[in-house]
Design a protein around this ligand. Structure first.
Ligand SMILES: CC(C)(COP(=O)(O)OP(=O)(O)OC[C@H]1O[C@@H](n2cnc3c(N)ncnc32)[C@H](O)[C@@H]1OP(=O)(O)O)[C@@H](O)C(=O)NCCC(=O)NCCS
Length: 180
């Protein structure tokens, strides 16, 4: 699917395939320091990526590409269910995570493409797929740093609500979205 974003450029949205692993590793290893402080759901090397995506029923990737350069400019990962490390904390808010109908989400956009609508477009593209797979809720992967206003706004904008707050290298918010 091709969409136009705020800088006037076209962007290609699609699902990640094994043919993309080299480019994904390059994308992740070239994220700027501000973004890396906020984003790191898994190792950025090709081996870590290949190991994770050998379980397609557990993990799905979604990417945005620049048709002019064929480079990846945004990447989101979805894990089926929830992270073991998040389970107890989520339950402490009275929220009962579900291994089958919940999924866990971590988005990123390349620094120079941020705030251009790429993240929103990739989110809507991904939602279409998640609905068709029968997921009912989306949980944030390890929450979001409360100081990360860009991401907090992005989640609120897309309908996420805050479940609670926790301390881990500063304050973080757990958020969830009920898929309509
Ligand atoms: C968070 C992130 C995925 C959002 O994607 P994006 O492409 O930059 O966001 P979009 O341009 O699609 O904007 C979507 C919404 O995000 C918020 N947003 C985007 N840029 C913002 C900025 N500079 N300041 C405040 N809010 C901002 C707004 O609510 C915006 O909606 P609006 O355009 O209607 O105002 C992206 O900025 C990113 O990768 N950040 C670094 C990594 C990260 O923080 N990941 C999340 C870890 S929990």
């Amino acid at each position: 699917m091709i969409v136009q974003v705020k800088n006037g450029k076209s962007v290609l949205l699609r699902k990640l395939t094994p043919d993309d692993f080299d480019k994904l590793s390059y994308y992740l290893q070239n994220l700027g320091p501000e973004t890396v402080k906020r984003y790191g759901p898994h190792g950025f090397d090709k081996l870590s990526i290949s190991e994770l995506y050998q379980y397609p029923e557990q993990y799905s990737g979604y990417i945005a590409g620049d048709p002019e350069t064929s480079e990846i400019i945004a990447y989101s990962i979805i894990k089926t269910g929830y992270l073991e490390t998040d389970g107890n904390r989520l339950q402490s808010y009275g929220f009962t995570p579900d291994e089958k109908t919940d999924c866990t989400f971590a988005p990123s956009v390349a620094d120079k493409w941020q705030s251009q609508g790429v993240g929103n477009n990739l989110f809507h593209f991904m939602m279409y797929d998640l609905k068709s797979k029968g997921f009912r809720r989306i949980i944030l992967w390890g929450g979001v740093q409360s100081s990360n206003l860009k991401a907090v706004n992005y989640y609120l904008k897309n309908g996420f609500i805050k479940l609670g707050q926790f301390e881990h290298n500063g304050m973080n918010d757990d958020m969830v979205l009920e898929i309509a």
